[in-house]
Design a protein. Structure first.
Length: 133
């Protein structure tokens, strides 16, 4: 009988409470009545599987129509980097990012989309949406 030497192997995984929401900063948007669409994209979003600690790599797109605030880009980069060792499901990551940014910015609308690289023969694309009432 061959023993599965990988069954107990894990990498350190940080909890969701280590996501650095406090680093996010809003800056004024001077055109609140416009229909300006802002799009941020990165090919470098990473988090880890909450069960194995193996990395998940994604192309992340944040698209929104601002109301009175924009997210300051350096703060967004630090915020997204804080996910690097967090154990979070792919579908949960987009919702968490959406939740944090909506709370910060109160936009007219926002979409957070992540297209994860293939792992185990399956690609994942998760999309979370917000529309102001």
């Amino acid at each position: 009988m061959v023993m599965d030497k990988y069954a107990s192997r894990r990498f350190d995984i940080q909890q969701e409470d280590t996501i650095d929401v406090a680093v996010l900063e809003a800056i004024p948007f001077d055109y609140p009545d416009s229909t300006t669409e802002v799009v941020y994209e990165t090919e470098e979003f990473t988090s880890v599987c909450p069960w194995t600690g193996l990395p998940d790599f994604a192309r992340l797109v944040i698209r929104y129509v601002p109301h009175r605030a924009l997210v300051e880009l350096k703060s967004l980069k630090y915020y997204l980097t804080s996910y690097r060792n967090v154990g979070i499901l792919q579908e949960h990551a987009v919702n968490r990012i959406l939740q944090d940014l909506v709370q910060l910015l109160q936009p007219v609308s926002m979409v957070v989309e992540a297209e994860y690289k293939e792992r185990g023969g399956i690609k994942t694309k998760a999309i979370a949406r917000y529309q102001k009432e």
